[in-house]
Design a protein around this ligand. Structure first.
Ligand SMILES: [Zn+2]
Length: 344
């Protein structure tokens, strides 16, 4: 089998690892499981043995060339959401420590980075998109991207922090989530939605979920509505809509005076119309949020020490079963899809 050399973590050792590698033209059919050389650890980097990774829309779209971002390098190892254990002492970490990867590549010097918004770095991007990612048995990442996990966090939950939990945590923060507020979450059974419901509930909000899945109620929703059955008169202080076009009009309709609509995804489309007068006469706000800062991740990990977040897993696949996972992604499923870096 061909051994590939990847520039993100240039290789010098001969002990192999397995990784998922996608070739041009991008697409599921051009994703291969290959032997690649172990990553070389540059100064200030930490070598991590990856345990599990999440399969998110960003990962699926990376593999299928549907992102607005250009992939680098090509061929490319996808995977933006991983947890693992430190493989050897170094970079301030001890071998065996359980860690999560902060999935942004950032320079630390631009205006955004200096103001603490490294997720918006003008010369950076998403780890696993603008760099090789974590569908690999080992990764070498900068020390500044490595965060220790609380002991109480399960493996499955650990593999759901970097994208799913962090995105919801920041979105609620951006929208001013606080005790006593009413919150409506669209896509409540989705990767991010299940966390938005739990977190808002734990913060002390009255949370309503929009989903076809009843189990969302167990995550702290007062009531679960189907999308076309939200009571006409109900208004919400915060509306979380990561689904885009299909639910845009409905989101605005149910936004209270001085309410905030926060979005971080376009699963059903990128276009949405707006009654500008409705917006300003009610001092309503529409907010964008994306991923999170390192500070958000640190605060989320602290939050997790005292709040028992859960994750619903639909299925876990081994790395060599990744094509089955990608097929399953397009089928109706109940909860998250994870990729274990074990091979059978
Ligand atoms: Zn920067």
């Amino acid at each position: 089998m061909t051994k590939r050399l990847f520039t993100i973590s240039a290789c010098n050792k001969r002990s192999d690892m397995k990784a998922a590698v996608v070739y041009e033209p991008l697409g599921n059919e051009n994703l291969k499981i290959e032997d690649v050389e172990d990553p070389k650890i540059a100064d200030g980097q930490v070598l991590i043995e990856v345990k599990k990774a999440g399969l998110n829309p960003v990962d699926y779209n990376t593999i299928n060339g549907r992102l607005v971002y250009k992939l680098s390098p090509l061929p490319h190892i996808p995977g933006t959401e991983v947890y693992g254990v430190v493989a050897q002492d170094g970079g301030g970490f001890k071998k065996g420590e359980r860690v999560v990867v902060y999935n942004r590549v950032f320079d630390g010097t631009c205006d955004q980075c200096i103001s603490g918004n490294e997720h918006l770095c003008t010369s950076g991007g998403i780890w696993g998109v603008v760099s090789n990612g974590g569908y690999a048995q080992k990764v070498a990442v900068p020390q500044k991207n490595v965060f220790r996990l609380p002991n109480s966090v399960s493996d499955e939950l650990a593999a759901s922090i970097g994208v799913a939990a962090l995105t919801s945590f920041r979105a609620l923060r951006v929208a001013g989530c606080a005790p006593g507020k009413s919150v409506l979450v669209f896509g409540a059974s989705g990767n991010t939605g299940m966390f938005a419901v739990q977190m808002a509930s734990m913060i002390g909000c009255d949370v309503y979920a929009v989903s076809r899945k009843d189990w969302v109620e167990e995550f702290g929703a007062t009531e679960v509505f189907e999308a076309d059955k939200i009571p006409e008169s109900m208004r919400f202080d915060i509306i979380v809509n990561p689904l885009g076009t299909m639910f845009w009009k409905e989101s605005l309709k149910h936004l209270s005076i001085r309410g905030s609509l926060v979005t971080f995804g376009v699963f059903t489309g990128r276009e949405g119309s707006l009654d500008i007068a409705e917006l300003y006469t009610g001092e309503r706000r529409i907010l964008g949020s994306t991923g999170g800062t390192r500070s958000d991740l640190r605060d989320l990990l602290e939050f997790m020490k005292t709040h028992d977040l859960r994750v619903k897993i639909s299925r876990e696949f081994k790395l060599n079963e990744i094509h089955e996972a990608l097929k399953f992604y397009n089928e109706d499923h109940e909860g998250r899809i994870l990729i274990s870096m074990r091979v059978s």
